[in-house]
Ligand binder design. Sequence first.
Ligand code: C2E
Ligand code: MG
Ligand code: MG
Ligand code: MG
Length: 291
Amino acid sequence: QAKQSGKNTVRTFRQDMSDHLQIKVKLENDLHDALNEDRIELHYQPRFNAKGRVMAVEALARMRGRDGNLVPPVQFIPLAEETGLIVPLGEQVLRKACEWLAALNAQLEEPIAVSVNVSGIQLMSGRLSDTIRSILKETRIAAHLLELELTETVLMQHEESIHEDLNRLHTLGVELSIDDFGTGYSSLSLLQKMPVQTIKLDRSFVADLPDNQDNVIISRTVLAMANAMGLGVVAEGVETDAQRDFLIDEGILQLQGFGLARPMPAEDAAKFILSQQINHPIAHKIVPETL
Ligand code: C2E
Ligand code: MG
Ligand code: MG
Ligand code: MG
């Protein structure tokens, strides 16, 4: 009896493994097809300054299934990295984001910037700076309006090629930021050496502000460190007014999160930003000179 059930357990485990593999193979095929059929879509989440103005947007990839459903990035980015498909995918994302931004900025008084998440695999290819140079040229986007979000893990890699490409991107004038800051193990000396301008404070440290004393201390410390190093700080995952007010009081000048705006499909995001600039034009342009 016991032997029988043991056998069953083994068979179930194998069945699970093969199911898992099948799902993976299917997803890999889906991803491949989605790339060829232009079914990678970008949603854009606004990033605000302390006055509530949109200064930039983050491009976030989604895969449109043949059935019309949207597949979130957690479900395909890791696989894309594993299979190397992240290189063509990343290139599509960069080109789409820059094309979208060019069309939007043509209608805006004050241009905004776009940030794009970049995987270590893309940097390891050693061609990222060349790819970006041609995309910027094609779309006529000024380099400083493109920001690349890298993780600490990427920066910590000792690959010479990564550092060379990052320096080339920096020389091009592209902005570099560290995403999910505080969740990795980057050292202060590394931060100092890297051509990075901005830190994105991970949302786990923004959660429950201002009640969570640990997070109060962490956010203050990160801000003090960033100030000392001349780096900008973006708070991620701002969901409540209390979080927003606390962060602004502390001097964190850029905010992103569901409480301010969710990621939106391309057209909605463009409308959102256009209507904000129309309804709240830049102060000096509306204040009459006599005031
Ligand atoms: P991320 O770069 O840290 O992006 C922020 C994620 O947090 C997004 O999830 C966004 O929807 C979510 N988020 C924003 N505000 C809030 C909030 O207030 N509360 C909560 N709970 N979540 C918030 P999303 O779009 O599912 O993306 C997940 C991750 O997938 C991204 O994390 C990024 O690491 C990766 N990713 C997305 N697009 C790309 C891409 O084009 N290339 C690469 N390499 N990675 C990407
Ligand atoms: Mg990001
Ligand atoms: Mg992030
Ligand atoms: Mg994050």
